[in-house]
Design a protein around this ligand. Structure first.
Ligand SMILES: [Zn+2]
Length: 260
């Protein structure tokens, strides 16, 4: 049995964190509870851990379709996901779950009773990436869109080109500025690998608006060929070399064919 820790953020928001550093978030409202991401596939059952936290009806959403966020789908009846990530289900292991998927759409609202969680499209790390906004708690559940404490992976096979990522960051920050009355620096970002928050090259690299804006600047400088590309041994895709790049506190792994 894999080891799981439960992290408590407040009396209704929790993170089930596996020893392999994947995070499943549980937000409990007065009527329903929301599960964001379903962790790394394993033979363990995740439902007993969720049921320790809540007996409410569950709404299950995925930040994106990568394998380390879509485990345990055999334990759920239906799951919301950005359908642009459907190609990740095109293999024998995941195909069986396709009929459980329901399409997310931009600004979709999930009503948990006292809490309303909004999904917004934030493509980049994958084309179907979504961020979930919990305004009452000032929490943003960002999956891998901005990395999770140790740099965003833009070398993965389905990452969008950097020009699209820049657009996506702009849309995201503008959305927060124009739809909410709080300062963009006052949100707490909860990434898809909460336990990784301390493995950054910088020792500790929390997600926040400043870092996200630095990711945008890093992307812009990469397009201008103004960033040093340091060969990285991070996972390779398409047989291409991966490179580590950084700007201030923003870190990224990139492959050259995505710098466009
Ligand atoms: Zn991912």
């Amino acid at each position: 049995m894999k080891k799981y820790d439960i992290i408590t953020f407040n009396d209704h928001v929790y993170c089930i964190n596996s020893e392999d550093l994947c995070s499943i978030y549980v937000i409990i409202g007065t009527n329903k509870a929301m599960v964001i991401d379903t962790g790394m596939p394993s033979n363990d059952k995740i439902m007993p851990l969720i049921r320790k936290l809540t007996d409410k009806e569950l709404i299950v959403c995925l930040t994106h379709g990568h394998y380390d966020h879509i485990g345990h789908l055999n334990e759920f009846d239906k799951v919301y996901m950005g359908m642009e990530d459907l190609p990740n289900f095109n293999n024998p292991k995941n195909k069986q779950y396709v009929n459980k998927l329901i399409s997310l759409h931009d600004e979709m609202i999930f009503d948990l009773g006292n809490l309303k969680i909004k999904a917004i499209k934030t493509p980049g790390h994958t084309p179907g990436s979504y961020t979930f906004i919990d305004y009452d708690d000032k929490y943003l559940f960002t999956g891998d869109e901005f990395g999770s404490g140790c740099g965003v992976w833009m070398q993965v096979f389905d990452a969008l080109p950097l020009s699209k990522y820049i657009e996506s960051i702009d849309n995201f920050i503008n959305y927060l500025k124009s739809n909410y009355d709080i300062d963009i620096n006052d949100w707490t970002y909860l990434g898809g690998h909460y336990g990784q928050e301390k493995t950054s090259r910088f020792g500790y690299n929390p997600l926040n608006a400043e870092m996200v804006l630095n990711l945008k600047e890093l992307s812009r400088l990469l397009l201008l060929d103004k960033v040093e590309l340091i060969p990285s041994d991070a996972m390779k895709f398409n047989n291409e070399q991966s490179y580590y790049v950084s700007y201030k506190n923003a870190e990224m792994v990139i492959r050259k064919s995505n710098i466009k």
